[in-house]
Design a protein around this ligand. Structure first.
Ligand SMILES: O=C(O)CCC(=O)C(=O)O
Length: 421
């Protein structure tokens, strides 16, 4: 059981975490008076996400008043003429929203949902990008390594990548500040130019626990951010982060093309900083089904390549030779993975590999993913002499197909939708 005291604008209250889904708040007014909310007694309201619903207690400055709330609920102390928000969880209301999935899932179904395999931990191939700045032999060896990792694993990690520690840390601090805001504030987030629907959580179309992602994210089109003149510290940090990471992605994409014998300006012309996306992920702890619940369900990325900055909690897993491998975090490194578009563009030379995040029962996790994408009208086609595996398609068509599949089937089908017969 954990105890934590917090001061709020309404005074001091102590929160005792009895278990992860219910919190007991104990009012212990240490100030001179009970908070000056009004002249008469005040009332505590406990509200779910739909607003204040349950009138909990009535009290007037009684130390030791206890009340219990769900983590996703908002607590208001309401006086004569105004209300003070006393405590509110950042966590989306997973348990209440997906109550039916939890209660309708017998143990046998859960085993099917989650699988029972033992997952080995492994370090991803680590590539020092400083080698690219040395002599020709070092550069060539480094390029070959990047291409080999992309063919055999679809994943690798890089150090000396050119993104300063300062940029990474500032981005993470802004991300934490944003995602630790109360849940309701995130659903109504208006402080930046983010398009509607940028904030996402859970899996709206989930029909079983295996389809539920226990995470939340701001999935932001960089066209919403770049050139906005840095509306606030979040936007200007995202702008700085995206600009430098996009240079890294561009360099890697050019190398991968060159290693296929196709020195091209395709990526420079089609993947602009404004056509890329940034996803700020937060994975709240999930005490239910420890080490089984997905933070993000298995998926491939729909871009050319992804640059991922994760913290040191761990949980990322990828498929290698038909088995799940857990990626050991390396605080110095950024993770790079190949997306569906590169697999199609390279006619299956480079692999877009399925990956997932397993939720941690006790610790929250953050990661930042930069998706290197072209404009929607960019056509992805194989231009080599061997027979192609896929029909040509535009990125816009691909995104639309993925969206339809997720809405209708609850999961992405991906590249196999565009397989040539
Ligand atoms: O958080 C991670 O490690 C992976 C994130 C991811 O797969 C995604 O955002 O699509």
């Amino acid at each position: 059981m954990r105890r934590e005291s917090r001061r709020t604008s309404a005074g001091t209250h102590q929160r005792i975490e009895a278990d992860a889904s219910i919190s007991t708040y104990v009012m212990s007014w240490k100030d001179r008076h009970p908070p000056r909310i009004g002249n008469s007694e005040f009332v505590l309201y406990v509200g779910g996400t739909t607003g204040r619903s349950i009138l909990s207690r009535t009290a007037y400055g009684v130390p030791g008043l206890e009340f219990q709330v769900q983590l996703s609920e908002t607590v208001f102390a309401v006086g004569d003429n105004y209300a003070v928000r006393m405590g509110e969880s950042a966590d989306p209301p997973f348990e209440t929203t997906y109550r039916n999935l939890f209660s309708n899932s017998p143990d046998s179904a859960l085993q099917k949902d989650f699988g029972q395999e033992l997952v080995e931990e492994s370090e991803l191939l680590l590539i020092d990008l400083n080698q690219l700045n040395l002599g020709v032999p070092e550069r060539q060896a480094c390029q070959k390594l990047i291409a080999r990792a992309s063919r055999e694993w679809g994943f690798f990690q890089v150090i000396n990548h050119g993104i300063s520690r300062d940029i990474l840390e500032t981005m993470r601090a802004e991300q934490v500040k944003l995602l630790k805001k109360p849940f309701l504030d995130k659903t109504n987030y208006k402080d930046s130019n983010f398009s509607a629907g940028s904030y996402r959580w859970g899996t709206p179309s989930a029909t079983c626990l295996g389809q539920l992602s226990w995470s939340e994210a701001f999935h932001v089109s960089l066209s919403d951010v770049l050139g906005s003149g840095g509306l606030n510290s979040l936007s200007s940090t995202m702008e700085q982060f995206a600009t430098t990471v996009s240079e890294l992605a561009q360099t890697l994409a050019d190398i991968l093309a060159e290693e296929m014998g196709n020195k091209t300006c395709f990526f420079k012309e089609t993947c602009l900083p404004t056509t890329c996306y940034l996803r700020l992920n937060r994975y709240p702890p999930c005490p239910l089904y420890p080490h089984q619940m997905s933070g993000i369900i298995p998926h491939t990325d729909s871009d050319f390549l992804t640059v991922l900055h994760q913290d040191n909690i761990g949980g990322l897993q990828l498929v290698k030779d038909g088995r799940w491998i857990a990626v050991k975090p390396n605080p110095q490194a950024l993770i790079i993975n190949i997306g569906d578009l590169f697999q199609a563009w390279s006619n299956n030379v480079y692999k877009s590999v399925e990956h997932r995040v397993v939720a941690n029962p006790r610790k929250e996790r953050f990661s930042t993913a930069f998706f290197f994408c072209p404009s929607d009208d960019t056509v992805i086609r194989w231009s080599g002499v061997e027979p192609g595996f896929y029909t040509s398609f535009s990125f816009g068509e691909y995104r639309e197909q993925v969206k339809q599949d997720v809405d209708i089937l609850g999961h992405k089908i991906g590249l196999s939708r565009f397989h040539l017969a």
